[in-house]
Design a protein around this ligand. Structure first.
Ligand SMILES: [Zn+2]
Length: 135
């Protein structure tokens, strides 16, 4: 079994202020299929057995919409038979005023230690194809 890793970073902070829609998830899934097809050509395989995705909770992805788009988008592609494994990444921010690192559940969350809204997002906006497994 071939295990391809770190294929590509798909989108980082794609549409931070856009309300998630089914169209949004569809374009994400089509981007994932495109990456998988490129990797399939490189690896010389017709189908993948599994795909691992890492998705941050600030990536703006709605899980139900993603699943809905997935079923439609992978039909007839190299991902048609692939098991989709989603690894959710909990967002973390570092306070710009006191350096405290804390979990961020909403982009406008503030520091629980000093109350500041100024922060650097350390993780949680990512959406990446982590790996692909062949049969
Ligand atoms: Zn702080």
């Amino acid at each position: 079994m071939l295990h391809l890793t770190d294929c590509n970073i798909l989108y980082v902070n794609l549409y931070p202020h856009q309300k998630a829609t089914h169209m949004h998830e569809m374009s994400i899934v089509l981007g994932i299929v495109k990456i998988a097809e490129t990797e399939a050509v490189k690896a010389g395989v017709e189908q993948f057995a599994a795909i691992d995705l890492e998705i941050g909770n600030l990536a703006g992805v709605e899980w139900e919409a993603l699943d809905f788009a997935w079923q439609a988008a992978v039909a007839g592609s190299v991902l048609e038979k692939a098991e989709k494994r989603v690894h959710k990444i909990q967002a973390k921010g570092q306070c710009a005023d006191c350096d405290h690192i804390y979990e961020v559940f909403h982009i406008h969350d503030n520091c629980p230690k000093c109350g500041s809204f100024m922060k650097a997002i350390l993780q949680g906006k990512e959406l990446r194809v982590k790996s692909l497994d062949t049969f």
